[in-house]
Design a protein around this ligand. Structure first.
Ligand SMILES: CC1=C(CCC(=O)O)c2cc3nc(cc4[nH]c(cc5[nH]c(cc1n2)c(C)c5CCC(=O)O)c(CCC(=O)O)c4C)C(CCC(=O)O)=C3C
Ligand SMILES: [Fe+2]
Length: 404
C-alpha cells in the first residue's frame, strides 16, 4: 500500500487526483464524448461464505471505524444463523452472468469483471486481473442505487485504493456509472412486487385504507445523510440520500395509482423507514426504525403492512435478518398481516436497465435524453465537488469524481 493511509486524514481534500476522469478534467457532470470502455467492473459489498470467514469479513467492513466488538459479535450471530454464509456473493455472480448475457445479446463486446470491497474476490485482485488482460478503461458499476458515503463515495475510494495498491493508478482509469435510484430498470421490479402485494391483501379482504406500505432502506448517520450528494445543493435535512428514497417511493405509489392497482377511495398510507442501524447510541442515525414503526401501526388502525426493501439490490443479510426475521417478528407481535416484497435481484427489467446505463455512458447520451423517473435525476456521471464526503473517515482519494 502506498502513502494512502498517511494521506487519509489531511485537512486538504486529496479527493480525486490522480484518478480524474476525462469528464472531470473539464468539470462537466456528464460524459462529454463517447468512451470506448474496454471492461465493466461490477463492484459488490462482499460477504462471508463460511463460518470461518465471518469475523475476518466483519473486521474488513469496520476497518478503522471503531465499531465496538460487542456490535461485531451481534452481527456475527446473524451470519452464523445462516451457516456463516451471506448469499450476496452468489447474487453478484448471477448478476455478473446476467449482465454478460445481455451485453452479448446486444452485440456489446466488452467483458465484465466482478470484485468486492470487503471480501474475495477483492477489487484489488480484480483490477489486477483486468489490467493483465490488457484492459485500461474500466466502467465501474457499484451495487448500490443511492447517494451517500457508504453507497457511493466509499466505492470510489475503494477503486482509488485498488489502483494505488496495485501500482496501476497511472495506467488504468476507472469511471463509475451514475447512481440509478430513479432509473426505470431499478424501479420497475418494485412497482411490480408492491402491486402484487397490494393485490394479494385486497383479495384477502383487507381494505386498502388499512394497509401501510413501509419503504425500508439502510439507516446511516444523520451527519453522512446531510452530506450526501453534491456539497453545493440543498436536499433538506436527510440530504440527497433521504430525498432520493422519498422521491422513488412516491413515484412507486403514484404509478400503482395510475396503473389502477390502488383506487382513489382508500389509499394505503406509505412512508420511508430505516433499518440496520449500528454505531454508538449517542450518534444520531436516520429514523424512524422499521420495527418501531411496525409496532405503532395497530394504534393507527392498520391491519396489514407491506415491507419494501427499497434500498437493496438483492436479498442479502440486511434483508434476510433485519426484515425477514426482525421486522416480520415485530409485525407478528403487533398482530399485523405482513408481506415483504422482492428485491430487484436479476429481474430481467433490472438487468436490461443496467445495460441501458452502460450503453448510455459509453455513448455519452445527453442528460436531457436520459431516462429518469424523479425530478432528482438523471444523477451525475462524475461525482461533484465534496459529493458524499465523510468527515469521520477523513478525506481519502477517490476515483471517478471532479476535483473540488
Ligand atoms: C447505506 C448502506 C448500504 C446500502 C448500500 C450498499 O449496498 O453498499 C449498506 C449495505 C450493506 N451493508 C452490509 C453489511 C454491513 N454493514 C455494516 C455497517 C454499516 N453499513 C452502513 C451503510 C450501508 N450498508 C453504515 C453507515 C454502517 C456503519 C459502519 C460504517 O460506517 O461503515 C456492517 C458492520 C456491522 C454493523 O455495524 O452492522 C456490516 C456487516 C452488506 C452486506 C450484507 C451481506 O453480507 O449479505 C450490505 C450490502
Ligand atoms: Fe452496511
Amino acid at each position: 500500500m502506498s502513502s494512502l493511509s498517511s494521506e487519509a486524514n489531511q485537512d486538504e481534500p486529496t479527493d480525486v487526483v490522480p484518478f480524474a476522469t476525462e469528464a472531470s478534467a473539464s468539470g462537466a457532470p456528464y460524459a462529454q464524448a463517447p468512451t470506448a470502455y474496454d471492461a465493466i467492473l461490477l463492484a459488490g459489498f462482499g460477504g462471508p461464505e463460511g463460518q470461518e470467514d465471518v469475523i475476518p469479513f466483519l473486521r474488513n467492513v469496520t476497518r478503522g471505524r471503531g465499531i465496538p466488538d460487542e456490535r461485531l459479535e451481534e452481527v456475527a450471530h446473524h451470519y452464523r444463523h445462516f451457516g456463516g454464509v451471506s448469499p450476496i456473493n452468489e447474487h453478484n455472480r448471477q448478476l455478473r452472468q446476467a449482465i454478460e448475457d445481455e451485453l452479448t445479446r446486444r452485440g456489446i463486446d466488452v467483458p465484465i469483471y466482478w470484485g468486492n470491497r470487503n471480501w474475495a474476490p477483492y477489487l484489488e485482485d480484480t483490477v489486477k486481473e483486468a489490467a493483465a488482460a490488457g484492459h485500461t478503461r474500466l466502467l465501474g458499476l457499484a451495487t448500490s442505487a443511492y447517494s451517500s458515503y457508504s453507497s457511493c463515495r466509499q466505492y470510489r475510494e475503494d477503486f482509488a485504493r485498488a489502483l494505488v495498491s496495485t501500482d496501476l493508478a497511472s495506467t488504468v482509469r476507472i469511471d463509475k456509472i451514475r447512481q440509478f435510484f430513479d432509473a426505470p430498470g431499478f424501479v420497475e421490479p418494485f412497482v411490480e412486487s408492491v402491486g402484487q402485494a397490494l393485490q394479494q391483501l385486497t383479495e384477502e379482504g383487507i381494505p386498502a385504507g388499512s394497509i401501510r406500505v413501509l419503504f425500508s432502506t439502510h439507516s446511516i448517520p444523520t451527519d453522512d445523510a446531510r452530506r450526501s450528494g453534491p456539497r453545493d445543493q440543498d436536499f433538506g435535512p436527510g440530504g440527497a440520500y433521504a430525498a432520493q428514497h422519498e422521491a422513488v417511493a412516491e413515484h412507486i405509489m403514484q404509478r400503482l395509482q395510475s396503473d389502477g392497482l390502488i383506487s382513489d377511495g382508500a389509499l394505503p398510507g406509505w412512508e420511508v423507514v430505516y433499518q440496520s442501524r449500528s454505531g454508538p447510541a449517542s450518534q444520531p442515525w436516520l429514523e424512524p426504525d422499521v420495527c418501531d414503526r411496525i409496532s405503532q401501526l395497530p394504534q393507527e388502525s392498520a391491519q396489514a403492512v407491506v415491507i419494501v426493501p427499497l434500498g437493496f439490490l438483492s436479498d442479502h443479510m440486511e434483508v434476510m435478518w433485519d426484515l425477514d426475521e426482525e421486522a416480520m417478528e415485530a409485525a407478528e407481535e403487533a398482530g399485523l398481516r405482513a408481506i415483504r416484497t422482492a428485491t430487484p435481484g436479476v429481474h430481467p427489467a433490472f438487468v436490461r436497465g443496467v445495460v441501458d446505463l452502460i450503453q448510455e455512458r459509453m455513448d455519452a447520451v445527453a442528460p436531457e435524453k436520459r431516462e429518469h423517473l424523479t425530478a432528482l435525476g438523471p444523477w451525475f456521471d462524475v461525482c461533484r465537488p465534496g459529493c458524499c464526503e465523510n468527515i469521520r473517515a477523513g478525506f481519502k482519494p477517490a476515483a471517478a469524481g471532479v476535483r473540488p
